[in-house]
Write a protein that binds this ligand. Sequence first.
Ligand code: FDA
Length: 468
Amino acid sequence: MFNTTETPKPLVIVTPVSESEVQRVILCAKKTGMHVRVRSAGHDYEGLSYVSKVPFVIVDLINLRTINVNVNDKSAWVEAGSTIGELYYRIAEKSKTLGFPAGVCPTVGVGGHFSGGGYGTMMRKYGLSADNIVDARLVDANGRILDRVSMGEDLFWAIRGGGGNTFGLVLSWKIKLLDVPEKVTVFTLDKTLEQNLTKLIHKWQNVAPRFHEDLFIRIIIRRVDSRDQGGNNKQTIVASFNSLFFGGIDRLLPIMQENFPELGLRREDCIEMSWIESIMYFAGFPIEGSFDVLLSRVQPTTRYFKAKSDYVYQPIPEGGLEGIWRFFFEDEAQSSYMILTPYGGRMDEILPSDIPFPHRAGNLYKIQHLVYWDKEGEEVAERHISWIRRLYSYMAPFVSMFPRAAYVNYRDLDIGMNNKKGYTSYMQAKVWGMKYFKNNFDRLVHVKTKVDPSNFFWNEQSIPSLTS
Ligand code: FDA
């Protein structure tokens, strides 16, 4: 949606090559009153890293991409312009038995991703990326370079999940690397409405968040159009049960037999592979191909899209699921998806206040709603966005309430925003802030007020400073 001629363009794009250059850019912007947007790999769903209605400069971190992996102390320093694909690649270069929990799409940047949480197939085992950050280097609103000790625990807490471009510009993260077995198992099983899909998803809601933490099965739901033998159009809903297991097939099969026999998983559906091959598998690359594809910063396809997120506390009844399928049969839903990601495991053990990301025990799963379209133009966009908003309204009785929770990395300006640069109302920000951060919102406001009272780092959904 952000590559049209009407999209506001930056006055300048700065691509610093060193920490001190970043520092100078921030000092210069502060002195001249220039508004700054920080870009790591530019995946923000609302384009907040590269679009602004007020005149702005982009600080693009593309040249800050050094990754130093230390297998001896199981840690790595990762510069904030790196992508998670580059990080996975550099870890696998050094070790077959170390990994890191982050997202599925390799082109996502660690700058924004870790700032908002960052989850992927390893989250039930190890939590989020942000749960596994042990240090960071950052330029604050006064142009100072700080590390964990000099920034203090409050600011270090806030940058691990409190959202990007709010508390400072992160230069690099130090992360804890985690043990992965030499052999993991993956599978993807597709089921259609005609194969009892509604009942399977209903059962999944009860079992997937309670599986052993080594087992992660997410569901990707979409509509499929085809023609029958008589040439008539046929539509159905397909759900892909898409799984990573931390172990071999022999251990996985009995777990599935005991907990979810209805899925009908067979040995021949499963593939054993290394952890880095599983990264390739989930990213949609052939596992026998070169891992170099993980270094590419270019997304394989780019399309217009709108996304929203939800958290589920109670299983959605079968009738509720059937109501969702009706939305999928509408015209605008030809290219729409619902991705259900199970929680539980390690996610239940981490306290909601440990980092700003609050969605922990009690959540069965998270939903990502997505709709895509290809044609440029207001009318087409409007139709698709209105479709996803209607679906979102329909979901209200089935998902979290008071607040209706959302994931900050699935940025959604529909849920509220700050009104203009320089003025951010606490009450206004609280509307969306409670959805993303729940009771952590007030602590984030407190930290923001302390470290950036003049609101230098600002965007449509940055945390307000009480003194700005
Ligand atoms: P981008 O550069 O746009 O930054 C996002 C925000 O962070 C902006 O506000 C930006 O200013 C700020 N920021 C960036 N670098 C910063 C820095 N160094 N210091 C301070 N602020 C900084 N999420 C997930 O959890 N799991 C997943 O599997 C996926 N998969 C996925 C696939 C695709 C195709 C997309 C487009 C997105 C995802 N996401 C995701 C969501 C993703 O985590 C989210 O969009 C991140 O913010 C993207 O980070 P980038 O650095 O790429 O974005």
